[in-house]
Design a binder for this molecule. Sequence first.
Ligand SMILES: [Zn+2]
Ligand SMILES: [Zn+2]
Length: 167
Amino acid sequence: MIVSDRIIVDLTDNFARVGEPTDFKCECKLDDGLLPYPNAKLAKVEVRLKITYLKPNVLAEGTLRCHVEGFCDRCLTPVSRQIELPFCQTFYKDIADEDDGYVYSDSKMDATKAVCDEIALSVPSGLLCKEDCKGLCPKCGANLNEEQCDCDTSRDNAFAALKNLKF
Ligand SMILES: [Zn+2]
Ligand SMILES: [Zn+2]
């Protein structure tokens, strides 16, 4: 499958069959900055949609599977995760003001912005290697999932350890 950075849906078949959903699939490479994680990349996004032409608007409904590659927010171990988001959006035919919704104008419908907005809005914050990750010792940097250190961490501040690490 071709990986592109735009999500273009060809509506030619849909225009011929009003109300009948068709399948749309693509893989794309979108901006890492869409993720709420400082230490992660959005390796790719798999887009799987049912596209229905509801004259004159177009309904796109399905899932976005985001492949995230990065490092745990607390202990910095590598984390690779697939986050699946539901997607449901109407694209309006030539509305005057784009602020009122997503627009398409001809048979090549660009869904990139709608997908990017959904990812930015819906990906849950916090990327952890496991739910109860103990993180790094803020004093000696030991990974507390793997070892116990003898530091006094009564004034625990995980950010202090993160600040000293370079990527
Ligand atoms: Zn962790
Ligand atoms: Zn320590």
